[in-house]
Design a binder for this molecule. Sequence first.
Ligand code: ADP
Length: 161
Amino acid sequence: MTIAIYPGSFDPITNGHLDIITRAAKLFEKLIIGVYDTPDKRLLFTTEERAELARQATATLPNVEVRVFTGLTVEFAKKVKAQAIVRGLRMSADFEREFDLAMMNKKLSPEIELVCLMSDLKYQFLSSSLLKEAASLGAIVDDLVPKHVAVALRKKVHSKM
Ligand code: ADP
């Protein structure tokens, strides 16, 4: 069975992530979204909230699963028997970071391949961090995230005020 992981913070999951997920789910028999469990103070949502938002967003995709992980991404990939790590690339900004990460991962686990999918043109400038900043300043972001994420984002932003 071809298995890939799609790791990230997903704070929160956006339509840009979902575009990558939908496309990657067609390439692999099973796609596991790995929600990175990190105590990073800059994250808006808790790990479980991020995972739950991702679960709801992908509920209609039968071969997509959401799991939480800590530690090295390649170790998570090995644990779930994935042959590949999927990442999304936006314009040039993501390239250098992804290249560095890929080189490190390749050194740690040469058998795991990196598969980068180019972001769709309409999501090139969409990032979770920009989204959170805009939402905290009152912007309506409903066309950039699934409905339940927009609702959760509004609630979270209000609770932090
Ligand atoms: P990380 O903290 O690992 O960067 P993110 O949740 O920000 O986690 O992103 C996870 C993956 O999704 C990364 O490969 C990132 O480049 C990609 N990604 C984020 N936003 C988009 C987007 N709008 N279009 C395509 N890929 C994206």
